[in-house]
Design a protein around this ligand. Structure first.
Ligand code: SF4
Length: 319
């Protein structure tokens, strides 16, 4: 049994103008110790999917259908008190986008790490601080920074502290939403290496959300590409990044400068992502797709396996 099983997940934002179908019938699974990258343009639904998995979708967002099982336990529809005591932070935790800038400036790092253990798990302050020191060391920081304030740390140190915070309750799965945004490239590389080594040491499963496919391909075992609320391609990183099959993934990768390859010019994707209040019929990419043909604007393509473990939702492979 996979650690995480997501089936037919639908997360919508219920607005006065109608339902924004931000995640629409998404299915995938994740093994223990595996890392999956979620990529796509802004607004494709990748962060909504991350927030849905930990059941922290901000209103007016709501999971309206489907199933999320972690370790065999269904979490869709689980009462909030059970989610808090059994699932959130203990089985699934999340590194929120920009979390390092949301550290409370008037409390020490130690207090901010220890507080959830004291209030959620009833751990004593002394034991909670001792665990905070242990995890700060695990992420490559001097444990004595428990006594320091956020403004005394660099951006990279703050991000490491935030990662330590996400690990404190020994989760099986960590969701990292744009964990390297706002860091310079050298610190970005250090944080990615840290995530890789934590995955190995703790047998941790990781879902990494980013629009930066080059960064994701460095760390992830598999990549899932989202477009307009759907997964359109998923497979081993080297296959999706090295030999993309879906026309959208091909365009997305063509827009990234690659130092090791000769590129005449960078690609661009004409048009804009669709309005998810009223997405296009058939394949949602069809208004922008250079390869569209007869069935594309009326039949929705399903994910089909084009080579072992590599799935693509496009009529070019199934019609
Ligand atoms: Fe393009 Fe048709 Fe494939 Fe959609 S299904 S990506 S429109 S070829």
């Amino acid at each position: 049994m996979a650690l995480l099983e997501v089936e037919g997940l639908k997360s919508y934002y219920l607005t006065s103008r109608g339902e924004v179908k931000a995640v629409d019938n998404v299915s995938f699974d994740l093994e223990r110790g595996e890392s999956l990258a979620l990529a796509g343009e802004s607004g494709c639904g990748k962060s909504t999917l991350g927030f849905s998995l930990i059941n922290l979708l901000p209103p007016p967002g709501r999971i309206v259908g489907g199933s999320i099982r972690i370790d065999g336990i269904e979490v869709v529809g689980m009462p909030e008190d059970r989610l808090r005591s059994e699932v959130r932070w203990r089985k699934i935790s999340m590194i929120f986008q920009g979390a390092m800038n949301a550290l409370n400036p008037v409390h020490t790092i130690g207090r901010q790490l220890a507080e959830p253990l004291v209030f959620h798990q009833g751990v004593s302050w002394a034991d909670a601080i001792s665990r905070a020191r242990e995890y700060l060391e695990l992420v490559g920081l001097d444990p004595d920074i428990v006594n320091r304030y956020p403004h005394e740390l660099s951006g990279g140190m703050k991000q490491r502290a935030v990662i330590a915070m996400a690990l404190l309750e020994h989760p099986d799965l960590v969701i990292a939403d744009e964990p390297t945004t706002a860091l310079d490239v050298i610190v970005q590389a250090q944080i990615l290496n840290l995530m890789k080594s934590l995955k190995r040491k703790l047998n941790l499963s990781i879902i990494m959300i980013s629009h930066d496919l080059a960064v994701l391909s460095e760390i992830a075992d598999r990549i899932a590409i989202m477009y307009a609320g759907k997964i359109v391609e998923i497979g081993p990183s080297e296959k999706v990044y090295g030999n993309p099959k879906h026309p959208y993934t091909q365009k997305l990768l063509g827009a990234i400068p690659r130092l090791r390859q000769k590129q005449e010019r960078l690609e661009f994707i004409p048009g804009a992502p669709p309005n998810l209040l009223n997405p296009p019929a058939g394949c949602r990419f069809h208004p922008r797709c250079p390869s569209r043909f007869e069935p594309c604007d009326r039949r929705e393509p399903e994910l089909v396996e084009v080579e072992p473990g590599h799935w693509v939702a496009c009529h070019l492979y199934s019609w």
